[in-house]
Design a protein around this ligand. Structure first.
Ligand code: FMN
Length: 427
């Protein structure tokens, strides 16, 4: 069966869970997934047992917006937050760029006074830089810090950074230690992939090393670096990490519908989920998640007219953050995600890629049917990343000594840093 709207209702899977209503908006994999039963899931207590009680962040529902470069800036985070509670992580901030006072890096690290808890993902492979950056972010009021150890980009792994780091557990430990020692009462988490490739899986040992250094949780994107975003995420690896670790595991990969989050938590026992591509052009997914975790059947997504209202709102927020030129340029990629699957959207995409103002945006979509219901085909459609795979580039002789904890050489000059920041567009 394809991803059609669920029309037949099968018996609820869990004995005491609420029945599934006949009019559920879901694809075939989710027709009979019951919403959360009372007391079935607990809030994630991020930092519990790791930082003092003042630093612990209760996260309910146990849902985290994935850090996504070029995506999870203040504009998008604030929009998502209005739909539901949870934890909304910033896009990745590079330690070198931050410490050198790079203007764009600082803008991306910025927040608003009403953003609480404030969560920032960092990237760095030098313990001294990381420690200094963490201290500064904590002084600036950040409530949660995550480190990106899953970036599969060749420019980064070729020098031993990103997803190459967990291959060397002692190096990973050194970097996590530098963060934890400087974070005070702020919980530090680590986000990683399963490993480099199927015959070089690193997540169990890397997870233990992170836990051993005081990480408050480990997020696992259940794919290898060589897989990039292709194929299905391997949720069994999330279940395995839950068995191996005492700290909470946050499961990541292929949450497209709210019911997927419930399925992932039931199947793996993970303490929370991280949602990436599923919310691109669908920020109301956080309302659906919130409802499903609170035992209610989620609302239907908006019709096209409602989607346009959200697009306009999003454009206003991007303009406020980046100014009109950069803001509208950023909005172009969002337009293709928001309109995905609606009838006639392919024909207006060219105009959407040229918009310079909110008026242009509204004019470009004016030929589409405002009353069209949200298409089910768009629910699990690929967004942002394709289905290609790669052979991961590692430094010459990198696998010869896995106990080595020497930090890899990162970018130093302004030009190098800028080139890295451009390349670091995916974890
Ligand atoms: C556009 C884009 C940018 C990303 N940037 C980052 C990043 O900066 N840091 C990171 O840890 N992961 C990054 N990721 C990976 C996501 O956080 C997430 O692990 C991945 O998309 C898998 O989750 P999903 O199947 O729900 O999309 C990025 C993903 C996308 C699609």
């Amino acid at each position: 069966m394809g991803d059609g709207l669920a029309s037949n209702v099968k018996p609820a899977a869990a004995a005491n869970a609420p029945a599934v209503p006949p009019e559920r908006f879901a694809t075939s994999v989710n027709v009979d997934v019951p919403v959360a039963g009372e007391g079935e899931f607990q809030p994630l207590q991020l930092g519990e047992g790791r930082v003092s009680s003042e630093g612990v962040i209760p996260v309910w529902p146990p849902v985290v917006l994935a850090p996504m470069a070029g995506v999870t800036n203040l504009a998008f985070r604030s929009l998502c937050r209005e739909y539901g509670a949870g934890l909304y992580v910033s896009e990745m901030i590079t330690a070198r760029g931050y410490l050198m006072g790079n203007r764009l890096t600082n803008l991306l690290a910025s927040s608003s006074p009403d953003e609480s808890p404030r969560s920032v993902q960092v990237y760095g492979a030098d313990p001294v830089d990381l420690g200094e950056m963490v201290k500064s972010l904590v002084d600036d009021g950040v409530d949660h810090l995550d480190i990106n150890m899953g970036c599969p980009v060749p420019k980064v792994t070729r020098s031993g950074g990103g997803s190459a780091i967990p291959v060397k557990p002692r190096l990973l430990a050194r970097l996590v230690r530098a963060m934890v020692q400087n974070a005070g009462d702020v919980p530090v988490t680590v986000k990683m992939r399963m490993g480099i490739q199927d015959n070089l899986l690193t997540y169990e040992e890397a997870g233990r090393a992170a836990e051993g250094e005081g990480a408050s949780a480990v997020g696992l994107h259940a794919r290898t670096a060589s897989q990039l975003y292709s194929g299905e995420a391997n949720w069994a690896s999330i279940a395995r990490l839950v068995e191996v670790l005492d700290v909470p595991v946050l499961g990541n990969g292929d949450i497209w519908e709210s019911y997927d989050a419930l399925r992932m938590m039931r199947a793996t026992g993970c303490a929370g989920v991280i949602v990436g591509r599923g919310c691109l052009g669908r920020p109301w997914l956080f309302r659906e998640l919130s409802q499903a975790f609170n035992g209610q059947e989620p609302d239907l997504p908006p019709h096209f007219a409602g989607v346009v209202e959200v697009m306009v709102d999003h454009a206003h927020r991007l303009i406020e953050l980046f100014g009109p030129d950069v803001g509208m340029r950023q909005m172009r990629k969002w337009c293709s995600w928001y309109t995905k699957g609606f009838r006639g959207s392919a024909a207006v995409r060219g105009n959407l890629m040229r918009i310079q103002s909110i008026e242009d945006l509204v004019a470009a979509v004016s030929t589409l049917d405002p009353n069209e219901a949200f298409p089910t085909t768009a629910l699990r459609a690929q967004r942002a990343k394709g289905s290609k795979t790669q052979t991961v580039k590692l430094p010459e002789g990198y696998l010869d000594d896995l106990n080595d904890d020497t930090p890899p050489k990162g970018p130093r000059s302004v030009d190098e840093i800028e080139a890295w920041e451009k390349a670091l567009n995916g974890g």
